[in-house]
Design a protein around this ligand. Structure first.
Ligand code: 1VU
Length: 301
């Protein structure tokens, strides 16, 4: 049986920057920024009367200035009246993934998968899903599993807390005390289906200290990275969700130890007085692969 962890290749998603698709000054900056992934937004950041203009600007921009990292386009929900035209524009712009907002049930994923199949979307086009409503959190495991098993396009879940706070009445307290159970529920749903998970935006982009604390919290909860709204947040997110030298050395020690002839076929070994199992080898391989991508990216910049 294929294990969930093996479902998708390792990708670097420490910093996932949102850029309103109709903001020419912001679009012009993107290629010079060190974000691992960029979400070009056609949804909440674009007012209803500018949707058509935003689709056109985005198509032109990506045709000439595609950033090095992953390119994701967030479309409007199907019930909004903008969804189909957004999907058509997104497909034409050839992103790596399309981000579906306010996903509340497996049917939302299925509808997008059906549309992509009917419109001959390339096989490697992926879907990301935002979980940002109470029903989305409740149905998280079914949403993640549908995305994994049906068509296999879904590989990342993004938490949206602004809408979730609005719909539940939970205030924006520092430390996110009363939101932690839902953040962990979403993380578990994603991981149960082998998906990446991205933590929610931090709105107060001038509060560097508060942002760093929230990045550390997201990292410690197991998230792969953070959705960002401003370039000033990129370096801190890359740092907090990055991999330190000690962790890389440890990963290589585990990989090397399991590669020794005397450890061939062993499920568990003694590494300098510590029990190391094959599950640690899986983690070490994934971490080393991410570290390699970070090094390659550093060498290019
Ligand atoms: O100096 P310049 O004018 O050339 O550049 C400005 C500004 O254009 C640029 N900048 C950005 N560049 C790329 N991506 C961005 N997201 C971005 N934000 C700003 O940086 C220079 C300095 O900007 P600033 O400090 O003067 O800030 P502004 O007043 O220009 O912009 C602040 C906001 C918050 C409006 C802007 O950062 C923004 O629009 N962010 C993204 C908002 C967004 O995408 N929201 C939807 C996703 S969040 C969500 O849905 C929650 C679930």
């Amino acid at each position: 049986m294929t294990r969930a962890i093996d479902h998708h290749p390792v990708r670097l998603r420490r910093s996932v920057l949102c850029v309103p698709a109709d903001n020419a000054r912001a679009l012009a900056k993107v290629r010079d920024l060190a974000a691992d992934a960029v979400i070009f937004d056609l949804e909440d950041a674009v007012s209803p009367d500018r949707k058509a203009q935003a689709r056109k600007a985005l198509g032109q921009h990506l045709g000439a200035n595609r950033p090095d990292g992953e390119v994701i386009i967030r479309v409007n929900a199907s019930g909004s009246g903008f969804g189909r035209e957004d999907l058509t524009a997104a497909l034409a712009a050839k992103p790596d993934a399309i981000l579906l907002p306010k996903v509340e049930s497996p049917a939302d994923i299925q509808a997008a998968l059906d549309w992509l199949a009917e419109n001959d979307a390339p096989e490697d086009l992926r879907l990301w899903a935002m979980i940002e409503t109470p029903r989305g959190v409740i149905n998280g495991p079914a949403i993640a599993e549908t995305g994994r098993t049906v068509g296999g396009r879904l590989d990342c879940v993004v938490v949206g807390l602004n809408d979730l706070r609005k719909e539940t009445g939970v205030p924006a307290l520092s430390g996110r005390t009363y939101l932690i159970p839902w953040l962990m529920q979403i993380l578990l749903a994603a991981r149960g289906s082998g998906l990446d998970a991205i933590d929610a935006v931090f709105n107060d982009f001038r509060d560097a200290e508060g942002f760093e604390a929230e990045c550390r919290q997201g990292h410690d909860m197991g998230y792969d990275g953070k959705m960002l709204i401003h370039p000033a947040q990129i370096d801190v997110a890359n740092q907090c969700f990055g991999i330190d030298e000690a962790a890389i050395a440890e990963a290589h020690a585990i990989i090397n130890a399991f590669a020794l002839p005397e450890n061939a076929g062993k499920g568990v070994i003694n590494l300098k007085g510590r029990m190391v199992e094959r599950l640690h080898l899986d983690q070490a391989v994934k971490l080393a692969a991410k570290a390699e991508i970070i090094e390659k990216r550093k060498a290019k910049s």
